[in-house]
Design a binder for this molecule. Structure first.
Ligand SMILES: [Zn+2]
Ligand SMILES: [Zn+2]
Length: 386
């Protein structure tokens, strides 16, 4: 990694600092839920045009998605932006920082390539609806990444780390149907759907001890009946299944369906299982890109850490990382451990410290893209995934 370039990219970004922090702040102040990010999308397009990008929106079948392009010829490096918020929490996942970092990185990289007369194209891609809605999965089905050689984004966290992967996730609603009856006067005439839900949880809890490391299954009861003296004729629950290995998740899904059937058999009830939300694949971080990002954040004094455990959350960037070499590393926005999707995280995402860190993370991203475009050997390493 070229240490001088990292510093130069950071100075460039600092020279237009207010454009990027201003965008971050405006989006933080006006949170919009997934696929409703009209303001955030419009503001980003405005800035991208001002920075010399040619833009297309809607993009890949999604109304609030966009593709912004600058530069020419191969290779093509893409920065993915997210900008959706969470219900009640606002920017409790800090996506207001992600989009500004992507634009800052894209602009700085283009400027540096032009200055040095290096061929290469930079794409900034707006990918809305990450929170449970699978914007990237939908966009991928509509060929969003066609022609792109590598893709990356950065995500805020309480600390700066490489991409340690994430779990694939599938979500299901289960409904059991029985027969209602007076629970005291005529229980023999009823079929208890709530019992089936209880059996399902019990079966899953027994199965849990034999699950591979880092696999997860968690559920809630969404309908458990109305009154104790009415045997519930209908009861429902929702489960999330996760694994860092997509083939393990196939087996988990089959076993989950068997346990559902078992619970129905034990209670004489009927059942229905429906997938909810879009399934996400696991994330496969490209180790070459990870290395350059980590070198760059160290150079910028961000004190990165290398976690011992693989990432356990899930993100629709997983699907992107299966389609194209990519990473989704993190940058720290707090001086202590705070949970994502919390009020504290939403506050941190609007702080001056988060803005400063976002500018540095953008420079580290631009540096990763610069190495990918300029250094043929590194480019081959990334493409071959070794
Ligand atoms: Zn989130
Ligand atoms: Zn997020």
């Amino acid at each position: 990694m070229d240490k001088v370039i990292v510093k130069e990219l950071y100075s460039l970004i600092k020279s237009r600092e207010k454009d990027f922090t201003g965008l971050t702040r405006q989006i933080w102040e006006k949170p919009e839920l997934g696929f409703e990010e009209k303001f955030a999308c419009a503001r980003q397009l405005e800035l991208l045009k001002e920075l010399g990008f040619s833009t297309e929106s809607p993009y890949a079948g999604v109304e609030t998605a966009y593709k912004a392009v600058k530069g020419s010829k191969k290779p093509v490096f893409c920065f993915a932006a997210e900008y959706d918020a969470l219900p009640e929490l606002g920017h409790g996942c800090g996506h207001n920082l992600i989009c500004a970092a992507a634009i800052a990185a894209g602009w700085a990289l283009c400027s540096k390539l032009e200055e040095k007369g290096i061929d290469g194209t930079v794409v900034v891609m707006g990918t809305p609806g990450e929170e449970s809605k699978g914007g990237k999965v939908i966009m991928l089905k509509n060929h969003a990444l066609d022609g792109i050689d590598a893709v990356m984004m950065v995500h805020p966290s309480w600390r700066t780390t490489p991409d340690t992967g994430s779990t694939a996730i599938r979500r299901f609603d289960v409904n059991f149907s029985g027969k209602s009856a007076h629970a005291a006067a005529a229980p023999e005439l009823g079929l208890n759907a709530l019992d089936a839900v209880v059996m399902l949880f019990t079966g899953i809890n027994a199965w849990r001890q034999q699950l591979p490391e880092a696999s997860r299954i968690h559920g809630v009861v969404s309908n458990g009946g109305n009154l104790p003296n009415i045997i519930p004729s209908s009861a429902s629950c929702r489960f999330f299944l996760r694994s860092p290995d997509d083939s393990v998740l196939d087996k988990m899904e089959a076993r989950f369906m068997d346990i559902v059937k078992g619970a129905a058999l034990m209670t004489g009830t009927g059942f229905e299982v429906n997938p909810v939300n879009v399934p996400y694949k696991s994330r496969r971080p490209n180790q070459g890109l990870n290395r350059i990002y980590m070198d760059a954040v160290s150079e910028l004094g961000m004190k990165p850490v290398f976690p011992l455990h693989p990432g356990r959350g899930s993100s629709d960037f997983g699907d992107f990382s299966h389609a194209c070499p990519g990473i989704h590393p993190y940058f720290g926005i707090a001086d202590r451990e705070i949970a994502g999707h919390s009020v504290a995280f939403a506050e941190a995402a609007g702080s001056n410290y988060a803005m400063e860190q976002m500018l540095k993370a953008a420079a580290a991203m631009a540096s990763t893209g610069y190495n990918f475009i300029k250094d043929k050997e590194f480019n081959l390493e990334v493409i071959s995934g070794k």
